[in-house]
Design a protein. Sequence first.
Lengths: 406, 237
Amino acid sequence: MNKTDLNLIIENYLRNPFRSFGLSLLIALLASVLLVGGLLSFSLSKGLNRLSSRLGADVIVIPQGSEVNDQTVLLQGDSKYAYLPHGSLEFIRGLAGVDVVTPQYFLTTLSSSCCEQKVMIIGFDPASDFVIQPWIHEVLTDKLPKGAIVVGSDISVGEKKTVRFFDHEYPVAATLEPVGNKLDQAVFVDVATLADIREAAKAKGVIFLHQDVKSEGSDSPIYSSVLIKLRAGADINRLSREIHTRFDGVQIRTRKDLFSGLEKSANFLQVVVWSIVGLFLVIAVAAIVISFSLATRERRREYALLRIVGYARRRLRTLVLGESLLVSAVGTYIGLLFSSVAFFTFKIWIGEHVNVPFIVPENAEIAAVYAVVILLLHSVGPVAVYGVANKVSKIDAYAALREVEH
Amino acid sequence: MILNVSNLSKTYTRRGEEFNAVDDVEFFAWSGDFSVIYGESGSGKSTLLSLLSGISCPTQGSIIFNGADFANLTDAEISAIRNEKIGYVPQESVFLPHFTVLENILLPKALRDGKKIEVKSIADLTDVDIASKLEALGIAHLVQEMPAELSGGELKRAAIARALVNKPEIVIADEPTSNLDEINAKIVFELLAEFAQSGTSVLVATHDPRGFKYGDRVYTMHKGHLLPSGESDFGGL
């Protein structure tokens, strides 16, 4: 393609504004839907994958009556049920098929110096934990210093890199990567630090439920939940029966239970998103094919003229493909511009309203989505009109001129 | 010899029956020739000219242009010859509707040079020859208009200007005076004759007897056959 062809393509585009911009607008809509759909789909998959990989446990044992938030695998609901019976950890550890068990402790503060909203403090046992420490090691290679805490990505730590609880400053050793749910607003501490926080709370007159329970007379520690990693081939049903036989007041949830609902929601969203993308793709391709086919009929005289002045058949095809490429390109960039502004402006709102784990992809991943959208949409026009372009290249210029005349 | 045509035929099928629009035509053209093909509508003149310009492909026979046999050339090669060496004026006035008349006229030149059409007005024309042809054809003042704004006669003259813009070796004009009044028809024929005198071969198909007197050779086309008529047969018309 030389400057003459390029000139003709651009001028034809600009001098047929209604048709050109109309088609470009359609491509822009398709680009918007495709980009937002792609980023949304990517974000959902990423959120789900990260959450799944972070759970780490095959089974979670929680107090009867409490609920597990399937996005955070944290207890939620009425806090009066937020503890397990005494001795449950030791019992579970001794069951057949159990590889590792670790307890977790949850405290919820109504407010702190860091956040206006409620902050969940999650305590873990460094000796046995296999869930939270791997997350921490993603951002902190050293051991968690004594008295230090790790915070979710949405927790503000300020310049001093500390978080204040009950008039005590706790140094923040690391901020976790986002996971796209309420864990991003949680604080992670080891049991020793958790005990400090409890003491600080007690000094301020705040009594956590666990302390009430402990005061019933038992010295054995109580937990909010027990997470279990099973050996290969372990029988979950049997494990569940044994725990239920030994303890009333507990419920057992498997990773599959927890994620099935989330996966269903995420899959449904994906189906909706890609159905919309598919619908727009079909509409756009149909509109381009129809428009170019009709235009080709109207423009037979023009193509005949180009043959007369020396355009080869292959070059005519290039011209038609070039025009469709320009229509696609203009539409693509307009669409990407507007949809990018919309998506990145409202990504937080979207994340809060899709009700499944949602993580905006990394820059490189976003760039990859853009590259795919650009590549795909640049090819939509030329691929759609390839047949039309072939027809144009085979035009009988002499017959075309005479058809018009008669 | 610029053009050597032998045994040329073009067969079409109409209502299931084959007929020869061009039938076993022999034709030669030399530099500086002014050939006129006379014939009634439907005699095959336009079909013959479309074959000679490489726009259509013959069913049979050969067309040798400056020693190159069209049958041995690719479409791209024939198209390049048509762009650079053949100035074709179709019977129908056809233009790119969204480009000015001047842009349309300069299109073959831009195509030949591989450049965009940058000349927006006649004042920008650096080629004096093109400007003088536009003046001679009486359309210099119209070239910035859009084609839809010109009359049929004006468009015909613009089409002739477009055919001449690359200074072709042969001008093939199909009914170049069909929409022109007597004065303008005379201007066109004289310009083509002048072109022939400068060494360009000119081939005109017409049923306008006013063109006969300009022809060095005059042919008659009848039912696809091309018959040499000789100057004397039509000289008095």
